[in-house]
Design a protein around this ligand. Structure first.
Ligand code: PAJ
Length: 288
């Protein structure tokens, strides 16, 4: 068997900066793809997009403790650094940045990035502190690597808007690119958390995308927002979801809830729980 290509890995911020400085010296463009590992085809699609735009691709792997609430799955979060490194090497990634918690959050760490308006709805109220954790770690990663572009998935649409906003507001000189959601054949958005699902839950999980698709079509066909959302909520519970955090339509950019479709693009969003696993998905309203 041919040997797996090895992936250079750095674990400190100075070592990351040294590698990137050498590429900059040679006038090479650099893309960053932040991840928490347990990589699947969704993550690899971000790498492919990064690769198509830049000469060098850096992937970060850091299970960021500050974006998990106390009752969430930090300790159970799937971890497989060597498996991830092998996948990334096959995709032609040049560098893995896998810092320790101490490297990212040294003793006395006291700064938080808050992106207020965009986190008031959708996942914000259901995951207190989550977006502060995401915004803070992504700000740090962007400043550590100073890439030309950074790629994030549309699967986490609210996260993507939060990151676009912080880069703009904090004048970080980076282009934020969104990549389309990669799905399983039955429509379930790929997620590292899908690994938690039992066989029965996995079957139910696929209905999240179907119900959201029907909601988007009902809205496009002129059904009033509140009635269509209520129908979608009932259907998710009928399908077997344990609980539904929200299923709603919102402005695609500001993420403010809307009562009636207007000229601005809107999207349908849902977050629902199957046992202890929380799944999210979102879709555009057709024709918008
Ligand atoms: P993680 O869940 O590992 O996801 C890393 C990136 O992959 C995110 O930009 C996410 O939106 C994207 N992604 C996940 N599933 C996807 C799918 N099915 N299709 C397309 N893209 C997908 O999101 C995070 O990590 C963290 O919050 C992070 C941004 C790394 C900050 O800690």
């Amino acid at each position: 068997m041919p040997a797996e290509p090895a992936l250079p890995t750095v674990r400190t911020i100075p070592a990351l900066r040294e590698r990137i400085a050498a590429w900059r010296e040679a006038d090479e463009s650099v893309a960053l793809v932040p991840t928490m590992g347990a990589l699947h085809a969704g993550h690899l699609s971000l790498v492919a997009l990064a690769r198509s735009r830049c000469r060098r691709v850096v992937v970060s792997l850091f299970v960021n403790p500050t974006q998990f609430a106390a009752n969430e799955d930090l300790s159970a979060y799937p971890r497989d650094e060597s498996g991830d490194a092998a996948k990334l090497a096959r995709e032609g990634v040049e560098l893995l940045f896998a810092p320790s918690v101490g490297e990212m959050y040294p003793q006395g760490f006291a700064t938080q990035v808050t992106v207020s308006a965009l986190t008031r709805h959708l996942c914000g109220p259901h995951r207190p502190g989550h977006f502060e954790g995401v915004a803070t770690v992504v700000t740090k990663l962007l400043l550590q690597a100073l890439p030309d572009i950074a790629v994030f998935g549309e699967k986490d649409w609210q996260q993507l808007q939060v990151i676009r906003r912080l880069a703009l507001d904090l004048n970080i000189p980076v282009e934020i690119l969104g990549a389309p959601t990669v799905r399983e054949p039955d429509g379930l958005a790929m997620s590292s958390r899908n690994a938690y699902l039992t066989q029965e839950e996995r079957r139910i999980a696929a209905s999240l995308n179907r119900v959201l698709g029907d909601l988007a079509h009902a809205l496009a066909a002129g059904e009033p927002c509140r009635a269509a959302e209520e129908k979608a909520l009932r259907r998710l519970l009928e399908q077997g979801f344990t609980s539904v955090d929200y299923v709603t339509v919102a402005d695609a950019e500001t993420l403010q809830p809307i009562d009636r479709l207007g000229a601005r693009p809107a999207r349908a969003f849902a977050a629902a729980r199957l046992g202890r696993t929380r799944l999210i998905d979102n879709l555009p309203i057709p024709g918008m």
